[in-house]
Design a protein around this ligand. Sequence first.
Ligand SMILES: Cc1ncc(COP(=O)(O)O)c(C=O)c1O
Length: 401
Amino acid sequence: MTMALENPKLLSLAAGFTDNRTLPVAAVQAAVQALASQSGAPDYLQYGTNQGRPELRALLAERLLQQEPGLDAGAVKRGFFITNGSQQALYLAMQVLCEPGDIVLVDRPSYFVYLEMLAGLGVRARSLPVDAAGRIDGPGLRTLLGDLRVQGDLARLKAVYFVSYFSNPSGRSLDEEEKAVIAEELTAAGALVPVVEDAAYRELYYETAHPARSVLSLPAWTAFPKLYLSTLTKPFASGLKVGYGTSSHPELLARMLHVKGHHDFGTAHFNQAILEQVLAHGGLDAQLAVIRPAYLKKMRALHTALTDAGLPALGWQWAVPTGGLYLWLNAPATLDTGLESAFCRACIEAGVLYVPGELCFGDDAPKHFIRLSFGVLAEAELAEAGRRFVAVARRFSRGDA
Ligand SMILES: Cc1ncc(COP(=O)(O)O)c(C=O)c1O
């Protein structure tokens, strides 16, 4: 990071930020004006409730019910809550579910800030096994759960977590079959542990929503305590820092809210009120209609820059995502792209920054993956960053780095 800061010309493909150019200034201005011109007590400048503004909860619950019409509306609404970003909800969940030394199953690769949080809490992450295509590997999971039992560790397994739509970092979405396989293997092992489905990017598809229903709807998960989390940061404004979720399990929710009371006794009420106005007047859909094509163009700008400069011919592979903010590059297996690697240093010297993929694994981290984010930079900058990146990859491929 020091090297990065010393180089003002550096183009960062590292931060998972959204694009300043498409942030919804006018929608926020209209919402604030509408609030300020309301008669009656300015409740939005007052403390709110720990669980979140009731009307915002109702609007968001309704939105989820439209996405998944088969859901039990009463249960979704009762279990609904608002947090200071979905990051807070992740923390609350892990704090109430886990003790140091416990184990959480995580997707492979997984959201690295969450993995860091687990490490900070002294919780062990074990990766859900995947096949070569990145799909959940049921037999592999059976073996892993069997091994945990033999080691006397199955009772330490306290939760399973995955980012199921346009994942950070992989851009992949899980299909219903994959989600069901996880539930079936856990059921067979007698491990009905809480499931945390992180749907942070669900609404950030480019053209078509991913059709898979969440664990809230899938029959294989019926008997499990469920926590479904999402956020308004990525699809609307990260600066408002409002996340949300719903839990099928009143006791889990009560325990999380109890700890939330200790954190903040309620997410910033003004920010919630702004978002309530936005949602009530169609502002979220209007914003999504702006950013979906914008991120598609940005993704293509980076993808095309990498392809045109010849990265595939150097043995690099990646899938073209259909939503989200990331390209997940698979470098030749012999190339170390880790935090301490010569490749990483060479990229910084060439003026381009990335997230080393090694940070995105709960265990057994390979060193030849890279996460590139196209959220922040403009298209021309993405093209330039892509060229710089491939120039470094070419030097390392020739061995003259
Ligand atoms: C997969 C995933 N989950 C959760 C979060 C947290 O988002 P927020 O706290 O902004 O809602 C992020 C942020 O990057 C993320 O990528």
